[in-house]
Design a protein around this ligand. Structure first.
Ligand code: TRP
Length: 360
């Protein structure tokens, strides 16, 4: 499996204009973070039924687009995917993060504060720890850690999140969150970031464009219109009328003083809204072009990951997200599946369900 994903990664590094040295570094980092799963035969089933991706590949790529710039490449991985049980999975993940902290000399203090909350001895599902690396020029990635608010049981999700935010000094943050059906992830920026964030993800089973706009309540009114428009474009307003969709929002907090979120992201699982990846690609390209972003890079990225035709499957484009962060131009992030194990067959477009995806 490591061979497949590192080949994909190397081709993506080229699109992100990383040089040979950085590419070699990141290929090794990805292989190392997969541990024994890297050498696992693709003829075997996936190492674990991970929720990280639909076909259980423990790796997913994403490209962060800015207007008029080369997109930045990131990779999400589950370092503990080869561990049979969730507690061991989490410990393996933690060891991987600590090894990265040692190698790139960053502090894990914020993660240490939360360890007992999110990595208890007998964690509940559905995952323990994921790690995302932003693959920057220079060979030192930005590191993000994803933790499971349901670790102490699904009924303790809100309490666990509140306590985590409190420990990090964000006393009012929980109350700033929108109404949600679930809180599937808490994420921490570790390492060198301009403004390290704590992020809380919210699942909305039936989101509308109006709510997407309203929940995006970052200062500029423009941001609301953009979120509502983005929702409609990715949900397929032209084909489906004003749709109601399962989607995620993510609030980021940097400033402990105000309790006000400093960032808002609308994550849309476009794969659940379309019949095949050609349609997902077209909707995404429309939005990239709308913001003056390099849509050509998306096509090159999809071709770097698979040689199949886009119309022959659905799920290669997993999510498309619109990111608003205080004082920065809007970003669009596109999540691309590795499809190491399976391609989901296309389905009749009419079957695209408004409430798809098992809640993680
Ligand atoms: N596969 C999971 C899901 O669909 C988790 C996940 C992977 C995810 N990449 C993501 C969630 C990007 C939000 C955005 O929910």
């Amino acid at each position: 499996m490591g061979g497949l994903v590192t080949d994909q990664l190397a081709r993506l590094c080229d699109i992100a204009q990383l040089d040979r040295t950085d590419t070699e570094t990141y290929v090794q980092v990805l292989a190392a973070s997969l541990g024994p799963a890297a050498t696992r035969s693709l003829a075997l089933p996936p190492p674990a039924p991970t929720l990280l991706s639909d076909d259980h590949t423990p790796v997913e790529y994403s490209l962060a687009f800015l207007p008029g710039a080369t997109p930045a490449l990131r990779v999400l991985v589950e370092p503990g995917c080869e561990s049979g049980d969730l507690a061991e999975n989490g410990r393996t993940g933690l060891r991987a993060i600590r090894a990265m902290a040692e190698r790139w000399d960053f502090s894990t203090a914020q993660l240490d504060l939360l360890e007992d909350l999110f990595l208890p001895d007998h964690p509940a599902g559905p995952f323990a720890l994921w790690c995302a690396l932003e693959l920057r020029p220079g060979g030192v990635p930005g590191v993000k850690v994803y933790l499971n608010p349901a670790a102490n049981g699904p009924d303790r999700r809100a309490a666990t999140l509140r306590e985590a935010l409190r420990r990090l000094g964000h006393h009012q943050a929980f109350d700033a969150l929108p109404p949600a059906d679930d809180h599937p992830f808490l994420a921490l920026d570790l390492g060198e970031w301009a403004a390290p964030r704590v992020k809380v993800y919210c699942t909305h089973d039936r989101l509308t464009a109006e709510q997407a706009g309203r929940y995006s309540r970052l200062a500029p009114a423009e941001g609301r219109d953009q979120a509502a428009e983005f929702f409609d474009a990715i949900a397929g307003v032209e084909e489906h009328g004003s749709p109601t969709r399962r989607a995620l929002t993510c609030y980021s907090f940097t400033d402990t003083a105000t309790g006000r979120p400093s960032g808002f992201t609308l994550h849309m699982p476009v794969r659940a809204y379309v019949g095949h990846d050609g349609a997902a690609r077209d909707r995404t390209v429309r939005m990239l072009e709308r913001y003056g972003m390099d849509a050509g890079a998306l096509d090159r990225a999809l071709a770097a990951v698979t040689s199949r035709r886009l119309a022959d499957g659905v799920g290669l484009v997993a999510y498309v997200a619109l990111v608003h962060q205080d004082g920065r131009a809007p970003r669009i992030t596109v999540y691309v599946s590795a499809e190491a194990y399976r391609v989901q067959p296309p389905r009749p477009a009419a079957a695209a369900s408004p409430h798809p995806l098992a809640t993680p």
